[in-house]
Structure formats: C-alpha cells, structure tokens
Design a protein around this ligand. Sequence first.
Ligand SMILES: O=C(O)c1ccccc1NCC(=O)[C@H](O)[C@H](O)COP(=O)(O)O
Length: 265
Amino acid sequence: MSDFLARMLAVKAQEVRALHARPDVAELRAQALAMAPGRDFLAALRARPGAAIIAEVKKASPSLGDINPAADPAAQARLYAAGGAAACSVLCDASYFKGSLADLAAVRAAVDLPLLAKDFHIDELQLAAARLAGADAALLIAAALSPQRLAALYAEALALGLTPLVEVHAAEELPAALALDPPLIGVNNRNLDTLKVDVQTAARLRPMIPAHVLTVAESGVSGPADVARLRAAGLDAFLVGGALMAAADPLAACAALRQAAEAAR
Ligand SMILES: O=C(O)c1ccccc1NCC(=O)[C@H](O)[C@H](O)COP(=O)(O)O
C-alpha cells in the first residue's frame, strides 16, 4: 500500500471511531434506510452514452494543495448543472481535500443531479452518513480495502440505496472489482504511490473490463482533447475535478468537455 493511502486510511480510521462514538450512532443506519429513494446515478450516466461528465467539487488535493479553497460548493454545482454535467462528485474528505459532508448536503440542496460521495470509505457507517447527507452514489477504492471488505461495503451501499462506484488504479486490482459483477467501474489515472497522473491508464485498462460495464475515466482530464482521446479508447464517462475548479468559467468548461465527448461518439 502506498504511503499516501496508509496515511489517509489512518485518518479515516480515526473518523470512523468518532462516528461510532456519536450519541445517535444506533439510529444512523435506520435513518438512512428510511430515506426516500435517491437519484439514479447509473441511469444518469447511461442516459448520455459516451458523453457523461461527472463534475467534481474539489477545493484542494494532496497533489496540488489548494485549488479553489474559497469555492462555494452549491454555486459551483449549479454551474456544472447548467454546463450539462450528468452528475456531480463532491469531495467529502477534510484532511487533504478541504471537503465535508456539509459540502455534499449543500450541493444536494442546490442541484437535482445525482451525487457521488467521494471519500475513502472503509466502514458501513460512513456510507450511512453519506446517504443521510444526500449522496446517491459512493466511491469504493479497491486499493484501500481487502476483497472481503470491498464486497461487504459494496453490499451495504446497495442496501442503503447508493450506487457503488468501484475504483481501480491498476490491472492487479481488477479481479476483486470484477468479482462483484458491477455495472459501473472507475479507472483512476492517478498513481497512488507518486500521486502523478497518466491519462492513458484508463485507456490501457478499458479492454480488460467487459464492454457492458460502464467505465468512468477519473483524474487528469485537463480539457476537451483528453476527453476525446479517452472516448476514442472506449471510456464511457469522465470524472473531472481540478480543471473545472480552476476554470475561470466552470459552466463553459463543463459544456466544452461534454461537447468534446459528444463529438467523439
Ligand atoms: O487529487 C488528488 O491529488 C488525489 C490524490 C490521491 C488520491 C486521490 C486524489 N484525488 C481524488 C480523485 O480521484 C480526483 O479528485 C478525481 O478523479 C478528479 O481528478 P482531477 O480531475 O485530476 O482533479
């Protein structure tokens, strides 16, 4: 496991202990289960075959530091919706990304798009908390979990009405991910050891993933040309954070990504 991931998982273990110490811990799962059904994340991506942009609210990152720390998550998400995003991703980690579940809840109140809770989920209660904050989908990082824990969190996400987005970074993580027979998978272009991106990673791994599995290219998409290249390599959807958060006009930047994907169809 990379040094970064080990440090991040130590932070998450601490957060999970705090979650389990909450006075309302016994009710969290029941409250999440009692919620009205959320928005269908997978259907929203399928509705735009090959041209689905998942636009991310990401104030800072371990690789770049501050990106747009003063951004208003709700206002940013409204611009993404107006720019034609199929869904939003919201960084919920505070330690390295300056995000929070409050950001997710603010975005939930602002837009009607399906929302992905982007965090390093290692415990069932984190999924319940994300659902309660308004998530429709939750990230599950294969490199952060044993195959058994990945399967357990995958089942719990489904039970809570969340679409799991299983994320791989390398070919050796695919067997555990594909064993779940997921309809949706993410390939992250970022190397978790170096934190550097190689946008060809998603293109290299795409042929190893069954054609019917909707595959999201994550990280390192800097503009329309990357989207067009990844689309040509068979990627179905594109998760973009930094480029949109740093854009002077996030609405236009999002629309340009979507148009590039549509043109490459
Ligand atoms: O963004 C990082 O620096 C990072 C470092 C280590 C683990 C995860 C990281 N980012 C999470 C993501 O997957 C991205 O926020 C997402 O794919 C969007 O990436 P980008 O368009 O490159 O901002």
